[in-house]
Design a binder for this molecule. Structure first.
Ligand code: GDP
Ligand code: ADP
Length: 188
């Protein structure tokens, strides 16, 4: 099989909080519901409108500890005071049947996937500028000012790690980025 027609097994999408990861993924999946997005477990509280089992599996600290202890997470990390992890079994099942799998996870998680699954492709979503990132994160209106500060602090570290990724996409237009991501995943 020619290299260019090989379907990447697993795609990781990372980028600073507020850059537009969820927006891009939602747009992409509206057109291509066959792209399977892993639902992570998190100890973060749900935002208004977020549903358990759809956006995240919302768990308490004890339940998260158990997921780790039982080896049920493919990777996990602490981000801005909460823990997040990818349930292993569902991802492995999808990869097993050859479906395109997408993980939307932070930099620490992306690094763990690079170690454990070197065939994965790592995509970094970057903002058009720092000012625009601040505007988006603030404008979303879902976090208190101190939480925004914490996320912006993490964003500096994440932006500095861009070169660790295979590809960077700049989120100027949601539609363009969604199409670029689909092309990278060989879906469209
Ligand atoms: N390592 C890891 N990071 C995750 C996982 N799920 C979500 N994240 C990341 O955790 C960070 C915070 O997510 P969230 O609280 O939903 O905020 P948002 O990305 O700003 O909407 C983001 O960088 C997510 O990509 C996961 O399962 N593992
Ligand atoms: N290309 C874009 N242009 C303008 N605003 C955007 C763009 N992409 C996302 N946004 C807005 O930025 C905010 C953060 O987007 P979101 O998808 O929640 O980011 P993330 O999942 O990376 O934290 C939202 O209010 C969203 O509507």
């Amino acid at each position: 099989m020619a290299a260019h027609s090989a379907r990447p097994r697993l795609t990781v999408l990372s980028g600073p909080s507020g850059v537009g990861k969820s927006t891009v993924v939602a747009h992409m999946r509206k057109e291509h519901p066959e792209v399977w997005l892993s639902v992570s477990a998190t100890t973060r509280r749900p935002r208004p409108g977020e549903r358990d089992g759809v956006h995240y599996f919302f768990v308490d600290d004890g339940e998260f500890d158990k997921l780790i202890a039982n080896g049920e997470l493919l990777e996990w990390a602490e981000f801005a005071g909460n823990r997040y992890g990818t349930p292993r079994e569902a991802v492995m099942d999808r990869l097993g049947v050859g479906e395109p799998v997408l993980l939307e996870i932070d930099l620490q998680g992306a690094r763990q996937i690079r170690e454990s699954m070197p065939e994965a492709q790592l995509v970094f979503l970057a903002p058009p500028s720092w000012e625009e990132l601040v505007r988006r994160l603030t404008g979303r209106g879902t976090e208190a000012p101190e939480v925004i500060e914490r996320r912006l602090e993490a964003a500096r570290t994440e932006l500095a790690a861009e070169s660790e990724f295979d590809t960077t996409l700049v989120n100027t237009s949601v539609e363009d980025v969604a199409n670029e991501l689909l092309a990278l995943m060989r879906v469209a």
